[in-house]
Design a protein around this ligand. Structure first.
Ligand code: DO4
Ligand code: MG
Length: 291
């Protein structure tokens, strides 16, 4: 099953695609995913005929029906330094060292993963909606990641594309600024779809790719396969929920391995395009916040 949401002038509707047919979904997405994961029938309304290709080409400036985030995650968390390339984070900068090794090298090899709070639904945007550069950041990067939606026991209910947009200059200044680098309005993009585990199969065989487009030109392109994840997703979830109650529908963003350089920092009106096998393509315009 795939779940998505459409919006039009304040109205938001839930939809489910099952066996290539699209239906109105009569419950909220988290309830539907829970029911589906128990093998029961989810509450469906009538079948509808809509052109997804057409809708996926619209962005937030479109004054009619368009995509929005596929659900409102009550909590979003991130995992860090999950892939080998992430181990070299800030290798060209002054980076915090403990006993002769950078904090990123240490956490890559440690048993305990880096798990950080990433935000709540109001910081997240959906497909076609703007991700943001903070007013006080000159170097912000997208982080294309596999997102997993879990229930309160840690069971995986669905997968999605997540963009852990990060003000990298703040994090580079001092690791204690990580929350400000990671959590602000428009710092997380999810969707377009939530896709259930039966449709995804092996989550360690998915291609993740990203393009940054500026004035119609591709200025950055990168890709990775999730087979390169050093930390299993179950291990990340185990640490996330240890002594830490999370609500049903919590989203965990499982770390990036696609790292554009310092010269590829996002600029106002760029477009970020992230594609993951079986999850589709997430396209988000970039805005520089100005308040
Ligand atoms: O420690 C910084 C954050 C790392 C991160 O977000 C990632 O590896 O994806
Ligand atoms: Mg990240």
């Amino acid at each position: 099953m795939r779940i998505f949401r459409l919006t039009n002038k304040g109205w938001v509707g839930n939809f489910a695609i099952i066996n290539n047919k699209t239906y109105v979904l009569l419950s909220d997405p988290i309830t539907a995913l829970k029911i589906y994961s128990e093998g029961k029938d989810i509450p469906l309304g009538p079948e509808v005929s809509i052109s997804l290709d057409d809708l996926l080409n619209r962005d937030y400036t479109f004054k009619d029906l368009r995509f929005t985030k596929p659900y409102d995650p009550p909590e979003v968390w991130g995992s860090g330094i999950v892939y080998e390339v992430a181990r070299a984070r800030y290798s060209e900068e002054d980076v915090a060292i403990i006993k002769g090794r950078t904090i990123y090298e240490l956490v890559y090899d440690a048993e305990r993963p880096e798990i950080f709070f990433k935000g709540t639904a109001n910081r997240c945007v959906g497909h076609g909606e703007p991700i943001a550069i903070r007013t006080d950041s000159e170097w912000t990067l997208p982080e294309p990641e596999l997102g997993v939606v879990i229930d309160s026991s840690g069971k995986i209910l669905a997968y999605t594309i997540s963009d852990d947009v990060s003000a990298r200059d703040l994090e580079a200044q001092n690791p204690l600024y990580l929350p400000q680098s990671k959590i602000y309005n428009g710092s997380c993009a999810i969707g377009p779809f939530l896709v259930t585990p039966d449709e995804i199969g092996n989550p360690y065989s998915l291609d993740i790719s990203m393009r940054i487009i500026r004035n119609g030109q591709v200025i950055y392109e990168g890709s990775i396969n999730t087979s390169r994840m050093r930390r299993r997703i179950e291990d990340q979830i185990k640490y996330l929920i240890r002594n830490n109650s999370v609500p049903d529908g919590t989203l965990l963003s499982t770390g990036t391995a696609i790292v554009p350089g310092k010269d590829k920092g996002l600029k106002h009106s760029d477009i970020v395009e992230i594609t993951i096998t079986k999850l589709g393509t997430q396209r988000t315009p970039v805005v520089k916040l100005n308040l």
